[in-house]
Design a protein around this ligand. Structure first.
Ligand SMILES: Cc1ncc(COP(=O)(O)O)c(C=O)c1O
Length: 386
């Protein structure tokens, strides 16, 4: 048994190195992301939400079966994007679940209820927990080729070849980003090919996204998933807040149903609630109440600005409408005391220019005084005198 445990640790470490993220994997099959000190920290935004919740919470009564409304809406926006057309069309529903695992289980339950003989196509390899989580509902599996060890990339030709056999009524389980265990992800154009195949062959994509934001960014990591959602009538998503909000032990996740119309979205939610009732009844409260607050930034009013040094980029959390001198004080009290001015460029402008020098040439780097209200995503160099 322990030999098997070690083997998974090794596989996971390889995939971690490939993606060159700052993390150490402790349990081979469950990834924990840690800082350089080996600590799995409580994020600042979560701490602030926790303080607010402590003040405001008036009951420990059960959650509603679908969970917290603020959390569910926040997760739909986080995963599908603010400008998602299925969201605007009202054909999305979701249920708060105990972690991404709970979301996978609820997804599997409603697939089984609708199509007990559906085959679930999983990548070779896939996260080993997929098999008991989805399989114990009674669904059968097929595998598709995925990892190409020589290139450490995706064997896309093999994947396409195998998925040609997935038909209408079948389900294809895809890793939204940061594939566990192999770390190799599809390119956007490859996601496009999968969308073509799903359209033509009629299979249902079931996307497990447990690492949104830990690959290339929140939007970048969800780009493939969003492409599928924009093109197909039905997609099921299992999302987790364990890694991107560090809420592992709070068991916080969501099963999201993108359906062909709003009546089907309501029907899917009703099925999901019955499934939850069979498996665990009501979801846990704490993590979702925190995540709901963090995700609806108006609620906490938090934004981030950045400082860029030779060796590191740092994000600083402040409340919206904070003036520049107070923002400087978050970095060091001397910076507030001796504040002269700040050189500011918006993240989007810097990206559009490509380099800091080019942004300067284009006039998007500005000098601002101490009353300037810092904006979310500002990159600031603070001049001060002590
Ligand atoms: C691929 C994958 N899916 C889902 C999960 C489930 O995450 P959780 O249930 O902790 O939210 C994990 C956790 O490691 C994972 O690696």
């Amino acid at each position: 048994m322990w030999g098997c445990f070690r083997q998974w640790v090794e596989v996971d470490m390889v995939s971690s190195e490939n993606r060159s993220t700052v993390n150490i994997s402790l349990f081979g099959f469950l990834r924990l992301y840690m800082d350089e000190q080996g600590i799995c920290p409580v994020f600042e935004a979560v701490r602030i939400a926790q303080r607010a919740l402590q003040e405001e919470e008036v009951t420990k009564a059960y959650m509603a079966p679908a969970g917290d409304e603020l959390f569910n809406l926040g997760m739909q926006r986080l995963v599908l994007g603010d400008d998602s057309s299925p969201l605007a069309d009202g054909r999305v529903s979701s249920i708060q679940t105990p972690g991404g695992c709970g979301a996978l289980r609820i997804g599997a339950e409603i697939i089984h209820a609708a199509a007990p003989h559906a085959r679930v196509w999983v990548s070779d390899p896939t996260w080993p927990v997929h098999i008991p989580l989805v399989g114990s509902v009674g669904l059968g599996f097929e595998t598709y080729r995925y990892y190409e060890p020589h290139s450490h990339g995706v064997d896309f030709a093999g994947m396409v070849d195998d998925l040609k056999n997935a038909g209408s009524g079948d389900v294809v389980l895809l890793h939204g980003c940061c594939h566990n265990p192999c770390g190799a992800d599809l390119s956007l154009s490859q996601w496009g090919v999968i969308a073509d195949m799903a359209e033509q062959q009629g299979f249902l994509p079931f996307i497990d996204i447990a690492y949104q934001g830990l690959g290339y960014g929140l939007d970048e990591d969800a780009a493939g998933l969003r492409l599928l959602v924009s093109r197909l009538p039905e997609v099921i998503v299992a999302a987790s807040c364990s890694k991107n909000l560090g809420l592992y032990r709070e068991r916080t996740g969501a099963a999201i149903f993108v359906c062909s119309d709003s009546a089907s979205a309501s029907a899917a939610l009703s099925q999901a609630k019955s499934a939850a009732r069979r498996v665990y009844s009501m979801p846990p409260a704490h993590g979702a109440l925190l995540a709901g607050r963090v995700l609806s930034d108006e609620h906490l009013g938090l934004i981030s600005f950045f400082t860029v040094g030779e060796d590191e980029v740092r994000a600083w959390t402040i409340t919206r409408k904070t003036p520049a001198d107070d923002a400087a004080g978050v970095i060091h009290t001397d910076m507030k005391k001796g504040f002269i001015r700040a050189e500011v460029v918006a993240y989007k402008d810097l990206m559009a220019s490509g380099t800091y020098a080019e942004a300067r040439k284009q006039g998007t780097v500005r000098l601002e005084g101490k009353t300037y209200e810092v904006q979310d995503g500002d990159i600031m160099e603070i001049r001060f005198n002590v």
